[in-house]
Ligand binder design. Structure first.
Ligand code: HAM
Length: 428
């Protein structure tokens, strides 16, 4: 009996993983430019970490965490996101004692038991960045510019960054009260979930997707009008710094994000080509989080992008996924050819070439077909004649020409490449 993969847990097949590798390599390059260093975080954490950071009443913690009891009774969870883990590591290793500002990047799988659909999986991969130790608006702007540079370098054409301010622990209580009062006065028109959220987590009313709540929302109070002067100035400065660098941000006064740790600047990236799951990334500031998890009072800000969604957007834009091809396909003919092919292949690989060595006594025709399918630009033919004379024949697949005796059987990669390019030039 065949065993299939688990619902919401997907294989990333080679045709797709080349695109992933490109996205991740691009991200590493951009993170380097902004002086971020990678942290590799564990996949399993104590469940309590996310309860205390993401928030007890969020969908993630209430409904979507993969939590289980370990054999010793500890309640563990497959991490649903990376920020809480990064904060845990920052506190655990007292990173503030090494450098006042810590800039971390991370890559890897996250787990949320959501209802799977296009762009929504139970295991998905994030590319994330977190900064600890700065609370000035310039670092918020730096993070937004990094995010924008990254999206551009990856090739996401339709990305739009929406921003909002969520205020701080000083001004949020009054806003919360205004929101509850507004919600109570419209209680009958709210969906059942929002009626429940009204007392527990009223901010969530603002990003409910139910049509009746969306329709009501335009009359709801906005944080940008209720925040205190310090939060208002901070937000204005972030937007100004981004604008000065030519980065357009779209004000979304009702965006609240689905995690409780945010304060002040919050943002979300949407892109077309994804259908209803159109958020490719999100992030924001979380100034109280490090302290609440036992660390010093330092500010924090970061974001995460979903790799599956980035790949879907690139696919919808019509870009081909990169298809890595071997530079040399070695086609042996006969027993003498096979052992020479094996040795030559090993040497060319050691010298840095991508090489496929055929075997098993296939016909020349079937080996050429396989080489063509792999899009190898050169096929090295090794039969009795080549082994006897000590010179190899190479078929240049693009020129459709055989280069007889173009190089010695014990050639090195540089000589071989030079001989092939000289033969092509001579041919004109
Ligand atoms: P988030 O908005 O929950 O934020 O997730 C960030 C991104 O992860 C989403 O925009 C989406 O692209 C991807 N994602 C989330 N859930 C799924 C899913 N079920 N299937 C596929 N992709 C998904 C966070 O996780 C925060 N930790 C971001 C952050 C970092 N904030 C500050 N620092």
């Amino acid at each position: 009996m065949k065993i299939s993969s688990v619902k919401g847990f997907h294989d990333v097949l080679p045709a797709e993983s080349a695109r992933w590798a490109e996205i991740e390599a691009t991200a590493r390059d951009i993170f380097d430019r902004y002086n971020f260093s990678e942290i590799r975080l564990p996949i399993v954490e104590r469940a309590e970490l996310f309860r205390r950071s993401v928030g007890e009443t969020t969908d993630i913690v209430e409904k979507e965490m993969y939590a289980f009891e370990d054999r010793d009774g500890t309640v563990l969870t497959l991490r649903p996101e990376g920020t809480a883990s990064a904060v845990r590591a920052y506190v655990e290793h007292a990173m503030q004692t090494q450098e006042p500002v810590t800039k971390l990047s991370y890559f890897g799988p996250m787990f949320r038991r959501e209802r799977p659909q296009r762009g929504r999986l139970r295991q998905f991969s994030q590319i994330g960045a977190e900064v600890f130790g700065r609370d000035d608006p310039a670092i918020d702007a730096e993070i937004l510019l990094l995010l924008s540079d990254l999206l551009q370098a990856i090739g996401i054409e339709s990305a739009e960054i929406g921003v909002n301010t969520l205020g701080c622990s000083d001004c949020r209580p009054a806003f919360r009260e205004a929101l509850v009062a507004w919600g109570e006065s419209h209680r009958d028109q709210l969906c059942a979930d929002c009626q429940r959220r009204l007392q527990q987590n009223p901010l969530r009313l603002l990003d409910c997707k139910q049509p009746q709540c969306v329709a009501l929302r335009d009359g709801a109070p906005r944080m940008i009008e209720h925040c205190d002067p310090a939060c208002g100035e901070h937000f204005a400065r972030v937007r100004q710094l981004c604008e000065e660098q030519g980065l357009e941000l779209v004000l979304q006064p009702y965006m609240v994000r689905g995690l409780d740790y945010y304060c002040r600047t919050a943002f979300e990236v949407v892109a077309s080509g994804l259908g209803s799951q159109n958020a490719v990334g999100g992030g924001g500031r979380y100034d109280g989080l490090v302290k609440s998890l036992g660390g010093p009072q330092v500010g924090g800000i970061g974001f995460a992008l979903g790799v599956e969604r980035l790949a879907l957007v690139l696919e919808a834009q019509g870009g081909d996924a990169p298809r890595p091809a071997p530079e040399f396909y070695i086609a042996p003919l006969g027993a003498a050819g096979e052992s020479a092919a094996f040795a030559l292949g090993h040497r060319l690989r050691a010298e840095g070439a991508r090489v496929e060595v055929d075997s098993g006594g296939k016909s020349l025709k079937s080996q050429m077909r396989r080489a063509g399918k792999m899009e190898a630009p050169y096929v090295i033919l090794l039969g009795e004649d080549e082994v006897g004379s000590g010179r190899i024949t190479v078929r240049d697949m693009q020129a459709r020409a055989d280069r007889r005796g173009v190089a010695a059987l014990d050639t090195d990669i540089n000589e071989l490449r030079a001989a092939l390019s000289a033969a092509a030039t001579a041919e004109g």
